[in-house]
Structure formats: structure tokens, C-alpha cells
Design a binder for this molecule. Structure first.
Ligand code: C2E
Ligand code: SIN
Ligand code: SIN
Ligand code: FE
Ligand code: FE
Length: 402
């Protein structure tokens, strides 16, 4: 086995990496992944404290992942438990102390908590050993609980977690808590920025952008896995992609309310102005070198291009010109991949939701429309990936429903 010294060096490297993760979900994904790798654990869950409750916030399970391509739908489960001593996670949040259990189905009567087999039952999974750790900030706030499940030995047999695991994961969790607090702030700031850009629909907008962003990263992950992109690269991309996808329409900040909020159909003249939201969005990210800004620009500018070359705004010589002329439309793979994904995510969500200018389409109608646009509006591979993970799409819609 590895020595403690090399484990410590590894921990420091991981901590350093976590400090660069911007998006909250990506961060939880990374924290859980690293903690599991460290302890060779098959599965894990993160709960975050929200008000008086622990809210199920992230989930990984290697065994189920291999069996079921739409397992990610459970990341979007809506599941809360009270912070009290009845559940394992609640007990750990309350006491602020880590807890090792060798077999959750053999918990004795002399402790207040018991195991809730809810997920085991829906997944047909057997949780045995757990290590449950409070996520505590430097100011001693409990921000959440991480539960790592089923430590595995070299032969793939489930073993108990040991005190070394507890020590290392606790150290790691304390660093992670700080990153979680920061990522929560970033998430709030991005949502606030979007609300300012689209003050017209403060209620609808937050959910719309959360849905579009979640659809986008899930479709991306499906495509990337099919192409055997390394896990770490997928995780890194999802981080930037999620925030960039949330910002796809931020250029609407420059469109007047009379157009944006118009109840009926836009006139040709009004639609011409509306189309400029792509260029206005791109301008906001022009002078930055960060990966997130580059992806944000790509998406803002190109999310209304169409696979068959009939979209907008097309090639533009100078996005800062006072007199923007839309050029030849981009076509096929000329359109950046992330923008092609957002195009589908955005239209699906626009159709299946109510808008000031249109009523909601029903689900079958929407699916048929998306399929009818395979190879026309949308990249055929992306349409296929979308339908392959359709259960995940539905779970996202439920989680962020208006
Ligand atoms: P959005 O509401 O986010 O819609 C995104 C895209 O979804 C639209 O891009 C379009 O491709 C698709 N979409 C939305 N509704 C329908 C529909 O009823 N039928 C079909 N086939 N596709 C639909 P598009 O057309 O480039 O519009 C961009 C943005 O312009 C829209 O964003 C919306 O904010 C605005 N907009 C478009 N048409 C109207 C309109 O008639 N009235 C108003 N008030 N706004 C409009
Ligand atoms: C618990 O910690 O008992 C509830 C969460 C779970 O079922 O893993
Ligand atoms: C809305 O239609 O209310 C939101 C527009 C968008 O962000 O696409
Ligand atoms: Fe748009
Ligand atoms: Fe949109």
C-alpha cells in the first residue's frame, strides 16, 4: 500500500486542483471522486445543509454506472432529510464527528441512528460499509456531509473503512468545505448576473438556465464517454461548460424590454434586433483568456446556428462594429461543439416550457420535433446522445421545474 507521505503529497495536489473548480456541482463531483479514489470506495453521496435540512446534492456509484447509462438521473433526485440523530447523515451533521460503520444493516440498538435503505431499494444495490464525514469550514460551520460507501479491497470484495481512511478523508473534507462555500457564492453571483440581464422573468429565468446548463453537461458527458475522453478532462470541461451554458443568453441584457417581453410574435424588424443578443453576449467575453470565458463566448455567439447552415449570426468580421452585418451561416462542424449542444438544450427547453410569446408544447410533440430536426437544425450525434440519456433529461426538468 501507499505510504502516508505519498498520500499527503497527493492530498495537497488535489486540494490545489479543487481551488480552481468554479462550479458547485463540478466541485461536489470532484470532491466525491477524489475521496472515493483515496479509499477505493465504490460509491458515495454528498448532502449539503440547506436551512434545517440536509439536501441530497451529489451521487456516484461505479457499480451502477457500469450497468446503467442513465444512472446520472439520480444526481437530480430531490431528496431531503432532517438534521437529527435518526439518520446516519443527520447524526454526523449534528455531532460534527466522522462515523465509520462496518455494515449498515447490522447497526445495533444502542445508537440513535439507523440506515435508510431507500436508495438501496430503488437501485437494487447493497450498501455495506460506510464512512460518513462532516464538511466543516474553518469557522466551524457544518456545510454538508459526505458519505463514502463500500470500500473495496484488491479483489473487489467489500471491506470496512479504517482509521487511516477516516484521518485522510477528514483532512481532505476540511479543505473541500472552503471550496464549497466559495463555489456556492460563484453560483449565486452567476444567477444574480443572469437575473439582471433578464429582469423580465426573474422567476422563469433561473430555472431555464439551470435546466439548459444541466442538459448541456449531461449531453456533453455522454458524447465524451462514447469517444473515450479521459474522466479528468470530462470533469474539467463540465466545470467551465456548465457556467458558460448558463450564460448563453446573457446578451439579452442589451435588448429592450418592449421586444423581450412582447406577448405576441415579433415583427421582422424586432426579430432582427433580437438576433443581435448572440453578438452582444459574445462581446462580454471577448478580452479574456480563461477557458470559461472562451467557451462562454463560443456559446453566446453560436447557439442559434443550425447544423444545415440556416442559422444566425454566421461569420462576422468585427463583433464590435456599430453596424453588424450577419455573414454566411456556419454549418456542421464549423459550429463549435458546445454551441451545437446548447442549441438543442435551449430549443428543447423553450418548446416544452411556457414563454411570454408561446404556450407550452406537450412532451411527445417536443420529442418528435427534435427528432424531425435531426441533421437539420441539430447535429445528428447530439440528437442521438440526447435520446440515449432521456431519463436524465426528465430528471433535470423535474428538479428545476418552474
Ligand atoms: P428562446 O425563447 O430561449 O427560444 C430559443 C429558441 O427555441 C428559438 O430561437 C427557436 O429556435 C426555438 N423556439 C422557441 N419557440 C419556438 C416555437 O414556438 N417553434 C419553434 N419551431 N421553435 C421555437 P430563435 O427563434 O432564434 O429566438 C431567439 C429568442 O428570440 C427566443 O429565445 C426569444 O427570446 C425571442 N423570440 C423569438 N421569437 C419570438 C416571438 O415571437 N416573440 C417574442 N416575444 N420573443 C421571441
Ligand atoms: C442515511 O445516512 O441514513 C440516509 C442516507 C442514505 O440512505 O445513505
Ligand atoms: C425566458 O424566455 O424567460 C428566458 C430566456 C432565456 O434565457 O433563454
Ligand atoms: Fe438565444
Ligand atoms: Fe435560451
Amino acid at each position: 500500500m501507499r505510504t502516508s507521505k505519498s498520500k499527503l503529497a497527493e492530498l495537497l495536489a488535489i486540494t490545489e486542483k479543487l481551488n480552481h473548480v468554479k462550479d458547485l456541482d463540478s466541485l461536489l463531483d470532484n470532491i466525491l471522486y477524489e475521496a472515493r479514489k483515496f479509499t477505493s470506495a465504490d460509491a458515495g453521496t454528498i448532502f449539503l445543509v440547506e436551512g434545517e435540512k440536509l439536501k441530497f446534492s451529489y451521487f456516484q456509484n461505479d457499480t451502477l454506472d457500469k450497468k446503467n447509462p442513465t444512472i446520472n438521473q439520480f444526481i437530480y433526485s430531490i431528496f431531503e432529510i432532517p438534521i437529527d440523530e435518526k439518520s446516519i447523515a443527520g447524526y454526523v451533521a449534528l455531532t460534527g464527528k466522522p462515523l465509520i460503520i462496518n455494515d449498515v444493516y447490522q447497526i445495533t440498538d444502542n445508537v440513535p441512528y439507523s440506515f435508510n435503505p431507500y436508495f438501496d431499494n430503488i437501485f437494487d444495490y447493497r450498501t455495506v460499509s460506510t464512512l460518513t464525514i462532516p464538511l466543516i469550514t474553518s469557522r466551524q460551520n457544518v456545510v454538508g456531509v459526505m458519505q463514502i460507501i463500500n470500500a473495496m479491497d484488491e479483489n473487489g470484495n467489500i471491506t470496512p473503512f479504517d482509521d487511516d481512511d477516516k484521518m485522510f478523508v477528514t483532512f481532505f473534507a476540511n479543505n473541500a468545505s472552503v471550496a464549497i462555500e466559495r463555489a456556492k457564492m460563484t453560483r449565486e453571483m452567476v444567477l444574480r448576473m443572469i437575473k439582471m440581464a433578464e429582469l423580465r422573468d426573474p422567476k422563469e429565468t433561473g430555472n431555464h438556465v439551470n435546466r439548459v446548463a444541466a442538459y448541456t453537461i449531461e449531453i456533453y458527458e455522454r458524447l465524451a464517454k462514447k469517444k473515450n475522453v479521459p474522466v479528468n478532462e470530462i470533469k474539467k470541461t463540465k466545470d467551465a461548460l456548465r457556467i458558460a451554458a448558463m450564460l448563453h443568453d446573457v446578451g439579452k441584457v442589451a435588448i429592450s424590454d418592449t421586444i423581450l417581453k412582447k406577448k405576441g410574435k415579433l415583427s421582422d424588424e424586432e426579430f432582427k434586433i433580437m438576433k443581435l443578443h448572440t453578438v452582444y453576449g459574445a462581446r462580454l467575453f471577448e478580452n479574456s483568456m480563461s477557458e470559461m470565458d472562451m467557451i462562454s463566448k463560443e456559446i453566446a455567439l453560436n447557439h442559434h446556428e443550425k447544423w444545415d447552415g440556416s442559422g444566425y449570426p454566421g461569420y462576422i468580421s468585427d463583433i464590435f462594429s456599430n453596424n453588424i452585418n450577419f455573414g454566411r451561416s456556419k454549418k456542421g462542424e464549423e459550429i463549435p461543439l458546445f454551441a451545437r449542444i446548447v442549441a438543442l438544450a435551449d430549443v428543447y427547453d423553450a418548446l416544452i416550457s411556457e414563454r411570454v410569446y408561446k404556450s407550452q408544447w406537450d412532451e411527445e410533440e417536443t420529442k418528435n420535433y427534435i427528432l424531425s430536426q435531426r441533421g437539420k437544425h441539430f447535429d445528428p450525434d447530439i440528437v442521438d446522445a440526447f435520446f440515449e440519456i432521456y431519463d436524465v433529461i426528465v430528471a433535470i426538468r423535474k428538479k428545476y421545474s418552474d
